[in-house]
Every structure is written in C-alpha cells, then in structure tokens.
Design a protein around this ligand. Structure first.
Ligand SMILES: C[S@@+](CC[C@H](N)C(=O)[O-])C[C@H]1O[C@@H](n2cnc3c(N)ncnc32)[C@H](O)[C@@H]1O
Ligand SMILES: [Zn+2]
Length: 551
C-alpha cells in the first residue's frame, strides 16, 4: 500500500484530513459526508493501468488506419490515372462502397454504416484527440483527479455526481490538486443517466463505479460512448450476482445466477451479457479487454463498437449453464449456431437441450442458469501490455503487488474456457483425499487436454476436458486412494460405481505448474488489513447490523 497516507490540514484542521493516493490528495471531511473507500485503491490502480494501455493501443490503431487510408488514396489515384474507376461508382462518406459495412476500431466508425454520422473527431483530418473521460459517479473526485494527474495523454475528465455535498467536495479537491487537475477535471451536479443520454457518443471512456449494481446506468452509458471507446464498469452487488437472490439478479441483469464455486466468474459473465444486451439495442456490441474479480466486486473493461452486421454474432457469444445439483458437472449450451453454405452464413437457434434430464455422471437433476457471456472475457494481447506497463512503472501504483498478481494470473487463464472446476469440490463429492493440484493438472494434460488456474479462485481449475474425462481421472485416483463405502444413492457412489474408460496417467507433466508458480511469482495475496471490504453509502451511521450485512 505504498504511499497511501492521511494527515491533518493546516487551516481547518479539526474538520478535514488529507488523504493521499497515487499523485492525488483529497480533503476528507471528518464527518465523512462524501463516499471514500481506501480499499478501492486496487480498482483505481487497475483502471489507470488499463487506461494507459487504451491510450497507446488507440494511438497504434489510429496510425494503422491513417496508413491504410493513405494506401487507399494512392490506389484510387492510380486507378483514376489509369481510367479504371467506373463513372457512376459511388462511395459512402467513410470510403466504403455502398452496401459494404466494415467494423472500425476508432471514432472513424461513429454511427452504423447504415446511418453515417458527423463525428467529434473531424473526419479526414487525421488528428487524434486525447480521450475524453466521463467519471459518471465520482463522489470525492479522487478517481477523476488521479486519472488527470497520472495518465499521460489523457484529455478532459468530466466528473459527475447527483449529490450536492459530493460535487462541492469534488470541486474543492480539484482546486487542492493544482493546475493540471484544475485544467483537466470538470465537476458537474447531474444525474448521470440524464447526462449520458444527452451526450450521445461523446466520451472515449466512461467509468461507472456505483454503490451496488450498475444496471440502471448501463442503457445510457452504452449510448454515450464513442465508437471504439471503452466502458469501465464495477458491480459490488456480489450477493445478487452470485445467486443469493436469483430473481433479483434476473430483474437487474436479465440472467439467472447459480450458487456454485464458479459464481464469481459467472458474475463477471452475467455483467458482460447484460452490457452487451444494452449495447445491442443501439446496434452496438462489446469487446471485453479485461474482466476482473477482486476484493468484493467485479469490474469489466469493454470496448464498444457499432455494427448491425457484427451484432448478429451476439447469440453465439452467450450460453445457458446446466449445473448438476448432485455433483460438480456443468455444461454450457450456446444460444445460437451458424451454418455456412457457399459464401453465406446463416444464424440458427442452438441445438438443445445440451444435457439429458438426469446427469449422466450421477443421475441427479440440473439447475439452469444464464444466459452468460461465454466468449473470452479478456484480450490476452491487452493483458500482456497492461502487465508490462504496470511492471515498468511499479512505483506509480500504490497497489502494485495486488494488481500485478491478478494480471499475472489472468495472463495464464485459458481464454476459451468459461467457468472452472474446484478440485476440493470434486474430492468432496467423492469423499476422497485430494490429489495435489500438480498431480491433477498432470493427469489432465497427459489425457490430452489443457488446464489452467483462474484469477477468481486460487483453487479453481479451467480445463477443456469434458466432465466424463474429469470423473475418469478421479475414479483412477480413488482406485489408488480408496474411500469408505457411502450410501449407494449418493452422487459420489453413483460416479464411483462406473468403471473408468480412460487410464489416467498421474506422472508429473512439465506443463503442470503455471508459469507464475514455476517462477514463484505471487498470484493471490491476503488482504493488507482487516475490514478490507465494501463501504456503506456516505454519511451513514455504522451499526452492528450494518457491519454484519457487509461482512
Ligand atoms: C461508490 S461512489 C463512487 C466512488 C468513486 N468513483 C471513487 O472511486 O471514490 C458512488 C457515487 O455515485 C453517486 N450517485 C448515485 N446515483 C447517482 C446518479 N444517478 N447520478 C450521479 N451520481 C450518482 C453517489 O452520490 C456516490 O457519490
Ligand atoms: Zn451430476
């Protein structure tokens, strides 16, 4: 926790303390009228790291686009010179032939190709303006001020709050942080939803960091982001997203959660599916860059593009989840599939059901959850860049140890395997002793499948091995490590009553250690202090009941 410190101010020293995080210093009233949670330093540091990568990638994309355009112009003039262009041939303002629709990564593609729109960035001038950021729920302004002071190449940062005391505090803090903050950060008293709706496609980055669920802000946020822009969105209502109240989750996010070991990854995927569904209403779609579960919340970083044709792929990226109620088996069923004929692709409903009425491993029924986002949740190229950037300026991240550990684990996750198994749970079902993670990983690799950890759970294992292979490996393990007889109707007894089809090989495989483990790099760190969790809304009295509710 590096340089995080608190000191009293000179003038009104009985009323305020100064809180320092990164390069920002904020004045916090001793009555705590405005929301501030020290724990969120991880969240703010991770966001700064992602924003730095966003700025450099956006620049690279812009340069690539310019050189592509230059080549195109050269080609057109060559064609014109040689008289190749037909006299009636027409092009749309973005240079595409009529009817052709291309996804564009930058402001260039604002509006669908069906509805070309004027852009904030003047088309054709080749100038890339610094990204404009909206911190829609800003409280003290700490985050907005950190963005402005710490991120090179950032543009204007607009900080909103609908609470008067927060806006006053934010303005005070902007002044307190000197000229860069005063030039770059602007604070407005506004309802974020109204503001975003009335500023369509204006921001290159929108940060949503609400109390609890972001669901009410998503519809306006996806409309206020420029094409190729990024939405950074936190959800702290983990009890809802993890299945404590399935019906509440459905009403907020449009998906059913499941109360299982992988519920935190499922929470990330429910949030992504929800953002996508809001984006789709406006012919837009998301591309996840990084999705993290840290501390007591999930946070997703997604880019947003407009393309009616690409949007057709959305149902291919969503799946229902069938989770057996007796054992650890789960199966995914995509909402749709495609069939290719000649050069045409047809979109059809997914085949189903993906599972029989009763679990083929233990005979019990399934619960059905979702739909969840089942496509990749990170862009591994971005993850590598973010991690490299973080390591190159270690001293500028107060939460360096934590965020680099999370990013390292994410960089090793199997990108195409949604959800994960828990070795502890598999052994719990069979009532057997547990093989070590290395031994289990080796057996999966020796059977010809891939396996990795997950940043969400130190004991979680992602694998593309089908459930029957996983159970066969466990059956072989139990043959060498026998268990006491259990009642025959129990899931574990039903599973063990079957002979394995596969002879598991537990010989240690070279690839069984993750790179981080092999290099002894920390992947999961304990909380730095007690009560490292969510904070109540500002100015609320903390009672023992409230403490129980948040812990
Ligand atoms: C969790 S705090 C934000 C913390 C801040 N982003 C940080 O990093 O310290 C949520 C803030 O959202 C504000 N808020 C809630 N609903 C809002 C709305 N509809 N429009 C604008 N602000 C809102 C609250 O007043 C509160 O200050
Ligand atoms: Zn089962």
């Amino acid at each position: 926790m590096g340089d995080d410190e608190e000191t009293k101010t000179g003038e009104e020293e009985n009323d305020y303390i100064v809180i320092k995080e990164g390069e920002a210093e904020i004045l916090m009233h001793t009555k705590n009228e405005v929301f501030y949670n020290k724990t969120q330093v991880n969240n703010r540091d991770m966001s700064i790291a992602v924003l730095r990568t966003f700025i450099s990638k956006r620049k690279e994309e812009h340069e690539a686009l310019l050189s592509k355009r230059k080549k195109k112009v050269l080609k057109v003039s060559e064609d014109n010179d040689s008289g190749l262009r037909a006299p009636n041939e027409s092009t749309t303002p973005n240079g595409k032939s009529n009817g052709e629709c291309e996804e564009m990564p930058l402001d260039e593609s604002k509006g669908t190709c069906e509805e070309p729109e004027k852009t904030r960035e003047h088309k054709g001038q080749g100038e890339l303006k610094p990204p404009r950021v909206l911190e829609a729920l800003s409280a003290s302004g700490l985050r907005a001020i950190r963005y402005a002071r710490e991120i090179e190449g950032i543009g204007q940062v607009v900080a909103l709050d609908n609470d008067k005391a927060s806006v006053e505090a934010c303005r005070r803090n902007i002044k307190f942080n000197g000229s860069v903050a005063s030039e770059k950060v602007e604070s407005n008293l506004a309802d974020a939803r109204v503001y975003m709706l009335t500023h369509p496609k204006e921001f290159d980055v929108i940060d949503l960091d609400p109390y609890g669920s972001p669901s009410v802000f998503l519809d306006s946020a996806v409309q206020s982001i420029a094409d190729g822009g990024m939405l950074m969105c936190t959800a702290t209502d983990m009890a809802v997203l993890c299945g404590g109240n399935g019906e509440v989750c459905y009403s907020k996010y449009g998906s059913y959660p499941l109360r299982v070991k992988y519920c935190h990854e499922m929470a990330l995927r429910i949030l992504l599916a929800c953002v996508e569904s809001h984006a789709n209403r406006y012919k837009r779609y998301i591309v996840p860059m990084l999705s993290v579960q840290m501390d007591f919340y999930v946070r997703v970083f997604v880019r947003i593009y407009t393309s009616a044709s690409s949007m057709k792929n959305t149902p291919l990226k969503l799946s229902y989840v069938y989770q057996c109620i007796g054992c650890d088996s789960f199966h995914l069923q995509p909402l749709a599939r495609t069939v290719s004929k000649d050069t045409r692709v047809r979109y059809l409903p997914g085949f189903g059901p993906a599972v029989p009425q009763e679990c083929s491993d233990c005979g019990k029924k399934y619960n059905m959850g979702g739909p969840i986002w089942s496509a990749p949740i990170h862009d591994q190229d971005w993850v590598t860049s973010i991690l490299a950037d973080v390591k190159s300026m270690k001293e500028r991240y107060p939460a360096f140890n934590r965020i680099s550990a999370v990013l390292t684990t994410i960089s090793e996750e199997l990108p195409d395997v949604p959800l994960f198994l828990s070795l502890h749970n598999l052994c719990g079902t069979l009532k057997c002793t547990s093989p070590s993670a290395v031994v289990f990983r080796s057996a999966v690799i020796n059977a010809g499948y891939r396996i990795s950890g997950t940043h969400v759970n130190p004991l979680g294992l992602k694998s593309d091995a089908p459930m029957d292979v996983i159970w066969d490996i466990m059956r072989c393990w139990v043959k060498n490590h026998p268990v006491k007889a259990q009642p025959p109707e129990q899931a574990g007894s039903v599973i063990l009553a079957k002979e394995p089809q596969l002879q598991a090989n537990f010989a240690r495989s070279v690839a069984s250690l993750s790179k981080a483990q092999a290099k002894k790099v920390a992947r999961f760190l304990p909380n730095p202090e007690r009560h490292w969790g969510p904070k109540l809304r500002a100015a609320r009295t903390i009672t023992s009941i409230a403490i129980r509710a948040v812990s």
